[in-house]
Write a protein that binds this ligand. Structure first.
Ligand SMILES: Cc1ncc(COP(=O)(O)O)c(C=O)c1O
Length: 397
């Protein structure tokens, strides 16, 4: 059976997180492993109302085939937000509605990558991007990130030998680490890229979820002709609609549109109508504020519990937004060892190695705080702290 499948799909690893989540289905396990938005915050009543209005106003038109670019009302909404937030003037015909930003990654792979082409990716990096680009048999050039962004020396070191076509970044509240690139780090990166022929992907599903600190620059303000932006309604409205977008300069947009047509003709028309109706009702900003205040309490609860229960040698990031914290164990102790003890203690997280290229073990791990309430966070972090103490006591650190 084996060689009936394409090399393209045979070489792509299964989602490790899906595999891990199977272990965490035991109801007694407190899971910090998922990356889910908090379902209790989904605007169910408002979406019910918007759905009724869509049927009343548009009837069958909301259920017909449509154009590949996406619903104009949604594209207009996105254009207006970039204007308000960054004072960016993005023409609507550079905004393509996608089936989640995950599809944006696939379309970029399809549009740019031949087998063996080089791409730069931040390390640790978003697992879904690694998976999406792997399908195109790209060669990854990982560049380490630290608390302030990308390691500039490591980034410069890629270029003498390689000619990457794309550089993939999540500069705000990164998945998995929670870190954000500082403005000066962004300027340095832009300075390195502007004389070269490659495009930077700014994947920003978490940018609206800032709890402290001040807003950062977008790469689109620094190197507009070289920046491709990905956005998503998954974290601010609902992930189940699978609606996101790509912003790309006109020549790239044209090619992405062909890739989009070949993939699925267009994104879900009905979901686009309902989302546009919901956004037109005017409660979006208040809704995002509500999500932010809940997630911020959960973030603070997790940081407080960590300071109570984790041994001091464990380093943990303090993200200003998003949904994740990132911990590093001392003395290169493997987080898989911790995982085994943690599961016995009925608590789960994602070990860090799937977020790296070609690593089987690391001393890092990701903790999600958006989908667990504050009392459960305290209980789960207590269990994880106990697991850490068992592990570190046993390893003399
Ligand atoms: C960095 C990043 N990019 C893209 C996505 C995909 O989001 P969606 O396809 O739901 O828009 C996620 C989801 O968790 C993510 O963390």
């Amino acid at each position: 059976m084996n060689n009936i499948f394409s090399d393209r799909i045979s070489d792509v690893p299964k989602s490790f997180i899906r595999e891990i989540l199977k272990v965490a289905v035991d109801k007694e396990v407190i899971s910090f492993a998922g990356g889910l938005p908090n379902r209790t915050l989904f605007p169910v009543q408002e979406l019910r109302m918007a759905t009724t209005q869509v049927f009343d106003k548009y009837g069958p038109d909301a259920l017909q085939y449509s154009n590949s670019e996406g619903l104009m009302a949604l594209r207009e909404f996105i254009r207006a937000r970039y204007k308000n937030k960054f004072d960016l003037d993005i023409p609507v015909d550079e905004i393509l509605i996608t089936s989640g930003s995950q599809q944006g990654l696939d379309l970029l792979g399809k549009t740019f990558l031949n087998e063996g082409d080089d791409i730069i990716i931040e390390e640790p990096g978003y697992l879904g991007a690694i998976q999406a680009f792997s399908v195109y048999k790209t060669r990854f050039n990982p560049v380490k990130i630290h608390d302030q962004g990308m390691d500039i020396v490591a980034l410069k070191n890629v270029f003498p030998g390689r000619n990457p076509k794309l550089i993939y970044t999540v500069p705000n509240f990164q998945n998995p680490s929670g870190i954000s690139y500082s403005d000066s780090n962004r300027r340095e990166i832009a300075g390195i890229l502007e004389s070269r022929k490659l495009f930077l992907i700014e994947d920003d599903p978490y940018g609206d979820l800032r709890y402290t600190g001040k807003a950062s620059l977008s790469f689109k303000q620094l190197i507009p002709e070289q920046t491709i932006m990905l956005g998503s309604f998954s974290k601010t409205v609902v992930p189940g609609f699978r609606l996101g977008w790509i912003v790309a300069p006109a020549p790239i947009f044209e090619k992405l549109l062909i890739a989009k047509q070949a993939s699925d003709l267009h994104s879900n028309q009905f979901a686009q109508y309902v989302l546009a109706e919901y956004l037109a009702m005017g409660g979006f900003d208040a809704h995002v504020s509500k999500i932010k205040s809940v997630y911020n309490l959960q973030r603070e609860a997790m940081l407080k519990s960590i300071s109570r229960h984790f041994p001091e040698q464990v380093h943990v990031t303090r993200p200003e937004g998003g949904m994740f914290l990132w911990a590093s164990l001392p003395n290169n102790i493997s987080s898989m060892k911790l995982f085994d003890i943690a599961i016995q203690n009925k608590v789960a997280f994602v070990p860090g190695h799937p977020f790296y290229i070609g690593k089987k073990e690391t001393n890092t791990l990701r903790l999600n705080f958006s989908s667990v309430d504050e009392a459960t966070i305290e209980l789960g972090i207590g269990r994880l702290g106990a697991a850490l103490n068992i592990l570190l006591d046993g390893t003399d650190s």
